[in-house]
Design a protein around this ligand. Sequence first.
Ligand code: TYD
Length: 427
Amino acid sequence: MRYDAVLFDLDGTLTESEPGITKSVQYALEKMNRPALDQATLRRFIGPPLMESFMGIAGLGEEDAVRAVEIYRERFSSVGWRENSVYPGIAPLLRSLKKNGAYVAVATGKPLDFSRRILDYFGLSPFVDRLEAVSLSDRHADKPALVRRALPASFRRACMVGDRAGDMEGAAANGIDGVGALYGYGSREELANAGAAHIAESVEALAGYLLDGSPAAAGVFVTFEGSDGCGKTTQMNRAADWLRACGYEVVSTREPGGCPISERVRAIILDVASAGMTAECEALLYAASRAQHVAQVIRPALARGAVVLCDRFLDSSLAYQGEGRRLGEALVRAVNEPALQGLEPDKTLFYDLSPDKAMSRRLAASAPDRMELEKKEFTDRVYGAYLRLARDNPARIAVIDGDRPIEAVEADTRRLLLGALAGKQED
Ligand code: TYD
């Protein structure tokens, strides 16, 4: 890689922070009975220290500017910090830098508390070795000092990536390269005049420049499992939305199904008119649908580096056909071999809810399909199989207590997904 230590600015470089910042500036000006500014002028507040901008751009005296910063922070700390999104491609870039062994730091003129909250909320923290930010009492962010503190003790070659002149100046003051993020809030002229060694027009171009031919991090494959009605589909949809807001390419899919051919196989399996289907036929159909889905959807997405979230996968066959239909684990694994060709989920989230509770939730939602018409004895066996699979594969399968409010289950889901993205094994 071109650099073994890469420092990033936050606003306008990692995150698109215009709504949260400009709305909070407008709010402060309004509270101080100052005239409203147009959006282009408000945008100039993003990046430089707020004190400086309230004085230089809004024309406030020093005392008024101090008060304006206080009012700004009232709004920013409650709602503004979340009116923010990560530029698409940033999270995969940070993952790739870490995967290739780079040191990654964030050096921002934002207060530490907000910066930490933003990195945590958007799932970037696991990829950041060091965060250097300012304290709430600091009136002026000293970018050269921030950059100095963010640098590791030793490095071969480092750079500071940022979207404003201050970032390039901070780099120059420390004798490292400044890399301009032109997709942020500064102009090409501003960045070039401040001495940028390179200017990237997009996150993609930035990734190409920083990785310089080193491989991007591979995709991550996460499966969601549990009894019918356990809440896994709701959790998976929420997880997909969150990961997209974090800047990942997310492929959200399901089994049986996930592509036209497999959806047609799904219709045959689940149709109540398929009563009388043998257990062997059922297992082979699930495996057939999986073969197409893996080849057409899952493998290509993983090869692109996407995060693939799949509602049910092989563990469903092991639990439902292997145990529920009593075909045995060995046979189910054998018929799935041609479909998988060695593919295994990086992480499996098992939503643990007793079959009785799961079924009453399920039946409240819609009419049962053929699998859901099975007797309690069958669903109990399936549930037991899941518990055993989780015990036998503790590194891959995480058990999440599904009998809690959606938000609590969601928090666990996010934590485990981040663990999988960071390549760590958690339980
Ligand atoms: P679906 O409506 O998708 O159920 P859910 O929303 O609970 O995931 O139907 C899938 C049904 O198919 C479900 O009852 C579990 C069953 N199934 C198997 O028996 N074996 C398998 O390999 C898979 C993927 C699903």
